[in-house]
Design a protein around this ligand. Sequence first.
Ligand code: ADP
Length: 306
Amino acid sequence: MNQVKIFAPATVANVSCGYDAMGFALQALGDEMVFTKTESKGINISKIEGADIPFEADKNVAGVVAQLILTDSNANFGLDIKIYKKFIPGSGLGSSAASASGTAFAVNQLLDNKYSNVELTKFAMQGEMVACGSAIADNVAAAIYGGFILVRNYEPLDIVEIPSPSELMVTVIHPQIEIKTEDARKVVPQNIPVKTAVAQWANVGGLISGLHTNDFDLISRSLVDYIAEPQRKHLIPYFDVVKSAAIKNGALGAGISGSGPSIFALSKNKDVAEKVAEVMDSVYKYAGIAYNIYVSKISAEGAKII
Ligand code: ADP
């Protein structure tokens, strides 16, 4: 194989109570990338469409992850990379994670599947290190494995795939405002009372159990975040209004996607997810805030060849 064209999904990290530990992949939104082997070693990013991100291979997460894998595998070829961004960086939907995990997946295809998913996740995490300063796994693991994932442990890395109801849908609204990941991280408390921790991990257990058993009511009761959301929501205009409108109109729950500003809502079917999109849409329309909105299935698969 000399060339591969792939799709790498957008991802929602955190998932309310699963702060910094859970994520899931979207089916209807993601980047496309084309990787072509070259005789000369090294990485050349020859095309970027849809976002203002660096062409320099050592500054672009795709270049960084590709070089790491080529070096690790002692490959006797280089790569030409073309990146087609379908959603913008800084939305809280894992733009850099899509590039990092898409690259890990694609280069692995060109190496005849030398690496396992957990190894690919580790490579992709190094891309996140370049994008946001920490080698966080929730977005990249969701984009590689697909579906819902839990990052149970880092050393050693332990990614758990969580089965979920096949009809589950997500609505995501992305207000066109900028939140620096750094600022979003700063407002999250570094210490919490044990009582709060207990409430949070009880909800994580409930969410995982609800996803496993298709128990929509349990999923709904468990989509509560006592740690990040109460602080971060103030960075997102009309967060409470959007969230309560979504829930009033049938969403199982709603929360901040990654470090924001996107807001996600889970629904038990497409009709509800579309109704939720309408009401979320009307809040920002009324407020005069520009936004993008997406309705998607949870993708059962991660990055894939197209
Ligand atoms: P979000 O997760 O909110 O979509 P990211 O954490 O992906 O945002 O942050 C994007 C940052 O990573 C930007 O500063 C961007 O310039 C940088 N970056 C470097 N390479 C890429 C890439 N290939 N795709 C997206 N962002 C990239």
